[in-house]
Design a protein around this ligand. Structure first.
Ligand code: FES
Length: 358
């Protein structure tokens, strides 16, 4: 069962005017639970003004650094991000779930791979974790980073990126793009979109020579870069992507009940932490996660938007359909995994196992 553990904040560091990185003290007895892979994220939970708030944030460190650290950019009106940027301090305690996510590829010292990453804004967070780890583990691999921001002043981890470029100058290339500033070279002005990719493919990289792509940023960027890669024949298995978490962790997933589903009810059985419980859920009403939470279950979730993967579970009997899925790989869906926040019953009985997802 994925559960929350109280972690003490070790340091809150200002990265830019509206971004703080937060590191945690990991007690010896939790070192196994909080081991992570580059590109993973933490789901954090706290109470703000009497309300439970949970959010997922990507780790920005390498697993080899011995530093468990996430970066949190303040979003206008964002409850957790405003709290983290303005109030959180060393010594405070937040609750955290063990690291999760599959935004990574397996690294091996003998690999000689070419990696390319496209990041926008705080999408740099998991990318810098991947970049640092690749450099440390694969001495023969190269890494090209295309990083988009509004202004030069909004570049997160600016010095760290420069440091990596200097330390690994034969293997790391970094190109910055600004949408609200006019750099000297026209190519570096504007957003990372399909047109920009086409220009980059002419002069900076040969997209067919790249072994792994990592994309992290808002939906428009991800989908336009993916489309540009598909058009030049890059296989989709080489393209890994992570969307920004867009949900607010409270929104209920509702959908319009289809005529053919009126009067249909599913018997849902939830397995979690070795326990199981069941309830009846009319078709097309609530997601399985919402329905279980409403009945008092304590299940893992964060975004409720099909993005973060925290609510991953396995269907061991019956069938469900997902509204959206930005988090699971096709092979996982094939193997029966679902995002419970997006799962609506499709058969009269569904057994969903959260323990199988770990
Ligand atoms: S809670 Fe984030 S994908 Fe379901």
């Amino acid at each position: 069962m994925a559960k929350f553990y109280p972690l003490k904040v070790k340091e809150v560091r200002k990265e830019t005017a509206d971004c703080r990185s937060v590191s945690f003290d990991i007690p010896e007895e939790l070192s196994k639970e909080f081991k992570f892979t580059q590109g993973q994220y933490l789901t954090l939970r706290t109470e703000i003004d009497g309300e439970e708030v949970r959010r997922s944030y990507s780790l920005c460190t390498s697993p080899l650094d011995g530093d468990l650290r996430v970066a949190i950019k303040e979003v206008p009106g964002g409850l957790f991000s405003t709290f983290a940027n303005r109030e959180l301090k060393a010594g405070d305690v937040l609750e955290a779930m063990p690291p999760m996510g599959n935004f990574f590829s397996e690294l091996k010292p003998e690999n000689e791979k070419n990696y390319v990453a496209f990041a926008a804004g705080s999408g740099i967070t998991p990318i810098i974790s991947i970049l640092k780890t690749v450099m440390e583990i694969e001495p023969k691999s190269t890494f090209t980073l295309f990083y988009g921001n509004k202004y030069a002043s909004s570049v997160i981890f600016k010095e760290e990126i420069e440091g990596l470029k200097n330390s690994f100058f034969q293997r790391v290339r970094v190109f910055h793009f600004f949408s609200r500033e006019i750099p000297d070279i026209d190519l570096f002005h504007g957003r990372l979109d399909k047109g920009k990719c086409e220009a980059l493919f002419k002069g900076i990289i040969d997209p067919r020579n790249i072994d792994e792509y990592f994309l992290c940023g808002p939906e428009e960027m991800i989908f336009s870069v993916k489309e540009a890669l598909e058009e030049v024949g890059v296989e989709s298995k080489k393209v890994h992507f992570e969307l920004f978490t867009t949900g607010n962790g409270k929104k209920k997933k509702v959908r319009v009940q289809r005529e053919e589903n009126k009067d249909k009810v599913c018997e849902v059985f939830i397995k979690d932490g070795g326990n199981s419980f069941g309830f009846n859920l009319p078709f097309d009403t609530e997601s399985i996660l919402d329905a279980a939470l409403a009945r008092g279950a304590d299940l893992p979730f964060a975004c409720k938007g099909g993005v973060c993967c925290t609510c991953k579970a396995k269907i061991t009997e019956g069938e469900v359909e997902m509204e959206v899925n930005y988090a699971l790989e096709p092979e996982e869906v094939e193997a029966g995994y679902v995002l419970a926040c997006q799962a609506f019953p499709k058969s009269p009985k569904v057994v969903i196992d959260f323990d199988e997802a770990l």
